[in-house]
Design a protein around this ligand. Sequence first.
Ligand code: GLU
Ligand code: ZN
Length: 312
Amino acid sequence: MTGILLQPPPPASASYIGRFAPSPSGPLHFGSLVTALASYLDAKAHQGRWLVRMEDLDPPREQPGAADSILRSLDTHGLHWDGEVLYQSQRVDVYQAQLDTLIQAGLAYPCNCSRQRLQNLGGSYDGHCRLHPPASHTAIAWRLKLYDLPYGFALPETIGFTDVIQGVQAQGLRIAAGDQILKRRDGFYAYQLAVVVDDIAQGITHIIRGADLLAVTGRQIAFFLLLGQPAPTFGHLPLALQPNGQKLSKQNQAPALVDTQAAQNLWQALHFLGQNPPVDLRTSHCEELLSWAVAHWQRTAIHGLGHCHKPE
Ligand code: GLU
Ligand code: ZN
């Protein structure tokens, strides 16, 4: 099947469920506050619910205490979530069950390609193990087929979607994405599996997150479609960069937010998002800033992918 699939916009009456899904690899920093705040404001401005999901599926990259510290910071900034926090570490049975179903449907297959071989491919997997299945005793990863699917399944070659911040996107599945890892060779479930399974389980309708995930959105939409589910609406925020142009992230030791300056942090994050709180709110508490921001939230004020620096 060829062509571009454009997702129709969801009906205006559809209820809104958004989420913030941090990985606990370090404390909340300015970049993750921007993501939390934007996803919160977009949900609340649409009378929606805002959930928090802890993506603690990758212990080697996690920092002890980071999950609690992130939740404490959200609370201190007045970003109160609806319902219980969902911890991915408690859902491995659900991920395994989904993987088993995909294997039975012929949509998932084992791969034992070496790290070296994958590196030489430079990004997108070439489907080698579809034709050369690994011997059963070797350590294997599991991959999801995104093209040349078994009988009864179909995906377009290119996924088209309208990002509510970045505009119209088209992402190829075979060349740009390639078959995706569902379970790693070390036994951990992959982000690409858990994120879609959980967005479906939690009924997420809108995903506002950092632009570092824009490039993987097409393959995630494809996964929703394979599972027979409508894809949510996506919006990707510009990334907060350090003055040297590097992404502000936990991996490169972005400084933790100072919780005693929560209102100032929110003020800066609102500016970063192009929202323009009036100066007389400059010394307000978090609650007042947030209620102004919900009432005045404008997606169109967010500038695109550009090189936005954290304001001083
Ligand atoms: N846990 C991912 C991260 O912190 C985000 C996942 C998502 O929003 O889809 O980068
Ligand atoms: Zn392989």
